[in-house]
Ligand binder design. Structure first.
Ligand SMILES: Nc1nc2c(ncn2[C@@H]2O[C@H](COP(=O)(O)OP(=O)(O)OP(=O)(O)O)[C@@H](O)[C@H]2O)c(=O)[nH]1
Length: 214
């Protein structure tokens, strides 16, 4: 991760984790956000993927987002293979499929795991009801809004196919983290947060990289 050098460099680095049941479309959301397209072919995530992306959260303030895309498959969660990647996350996109009731149940469970794993740090959430391009819905608006209000998190409906609200979900989360940091609501882990002059994060990959960990 690069250090502060001038006004165009990143001042902050935020780790963001994407959580949700298998097949809810997390990898497609990320692909759409990074490439502006729906992927022609996407493989099931094996373990965890990550990538870096730079975003301006307000004029003149650039942050480096390190976005971790996790597999939602229960076998990985049950074997505690995903949970170790959760610590140091400042933000979390909780993704469920609006047409799949089970994915809404799973996201509630995974939400609790995220909270436990980041403790004593705070993680900020955005709840994403995905695949809103489809007409079939198994989760009704009221219960989603109820859950979002319990979390104190914004709720957004998105579609990687149409691109609706995909960038908005990431940007909303990044801006929430930034504002939370400024207001003191969020205490960022020392390995993340503000990128200090001449300090490089040796533990994490540099640049716009992408790799898999399984
Ligand atoms: N209708 C609809 N289908 C989508 C959308 N995004 C993804 N899909 C489909 O959902 C399926 C799963 O997408 P992935 O991105 O692999 O899902 P994932 O959550 O990353 O899955 P895991 O890696 O198994 O955890 C694929 O068949 C996609 O084509 C969307 O916006 N709308």
């Amino acid at each position: 991760m690069s250090a502060v050098m001038n006004g165009t460099e990143c001042l902050y680095g935020f780790k963001i984790i994407m959580i949700g049941d298998g097949n809810v479309g997390k990898s497609c959301i990320l692909y759409r956000y990074l490439n502006g397209l729906f992927p022609e072919k996407i493989n099931c995530t094996i373990g965890v993927d990550f990538c870096n992306h730079i975003l301006e959260v307000e004029p003149g303030v650039r942050v480096q987002l390190q976005i971790w895309d996790t597999t939602g498959h229960e076998a990985f969660w049950n074997r505690q293979l995903i949970q170790p990647y959760i610590p140091h996350s400042a933000g979390c996109l909780l993704v469920f499929d609006l047409g799949n009731r089970e994915s809404f149940r799973v996201i509630k469970h995974q939400y609790t795991e995220v909270c436990n794993r980041v403790n004593p740090y705070t993680v900020l959430f955005v709840l994403v009801g995905h695949k809103c391009d489809r007409n079939e819905r198994e989760v009704n608006q009221e219960e989603v809004e109820q859950f979002a209000s319990e979390l104190g998190a914004p709720y957004i409906e998105a579609s990687a196919i149409t691109g609706h609200n995909v960038a908005e979900a990431f940007e909303l989360l990044a801006r929430r983290i930034y504002q939370g940091y400024l207001s003191g609501e969020v205490r960022l882990h020392e390995r993340w947060g503000k990128i200090h002059e001449n300090k490089t994060n040796k533990d994490e990959p540099a640049g716009n990289s992408k790799c898999s960990v399984s």
